[in-house]
Write a protein of this length. Structure first.
Length: 172
């Protein structure tokens, strides 16, 4: 088998996109998580300053695998609250604490402003993806643009939102 030549690591993710998605889907059992992990793989590949690895495919598989593990660990930490703790919290306070409400409202405002800063098409694609839950293929068909363009718009929006939250001192 001959080694492919790629313009960048992000280009390699684009070439192996479906293959990486299937790989992550098999390991996590979640199509949504698979989409998110492969998208994050592309974002990281696009922003890395590392040299092109000798075997980009293996490198991307490892990167996607590590990201999937990170996501699963994060989800596991969120769900480790015991039933007794949950019940006690609900009985003690059926609504969120005032500071949590204010903090949440502030994050929504920050993200709303971040989205307003995006180019119109990028914002539209991102809102269809995250807001309406459409798949990348559905968005591409609906807007008459390529699947790769949809991926790039989503990645750009995600990076911008994360940077904006970090600049505002929010942990991601």
């Amino acid at each position: 088998m001959t080694q492919r030549t790629f313009r960048s690591l992000a280009h390699a993710v684009e070439v192996y996109y479906d293959e990486l998605r299937r790989f992550v889907l098999q390991r996590t059992g979640s199509a949504v998580l698979a989409d998110e992990v492969v998208q994050e793989t592309w974002v990281r590949a696009n922003t890395t300053s590392a040299a092109m690895p000798v075997n980009p495919r293996a490198y991307l598989y490892r990167m996607a695998s590590n990201l999937a593990i990170d996501h699963l660990r994060k989800d596991a930490r969120r769900t480790t609250v015991t039933l007794d703790q949950k019940i006690a919290e609900e009985v003690a306070s059926p609504s969120p604490a005032p500071d949590a409400v204010v903090s949440g409202q502030e994050e929504v405002r920050i993200l709303s402003e971040a989205l307003d800063e995006l180019p119109e098409k990028c914002r539209e694609v991102f809102l269809l993806y995250r807001g309406r839950g459409l798949t990348m293929r559905e968005i591409a068909e609906q807007l008459g643009i390529s699947h790769k363009t949809v991926e790039k718009h989503i990645a750009r929006a995600m990076v911008h939102c994360r940077q904006t939250l970090k600049q505002a001192g929010r942990s991601i």
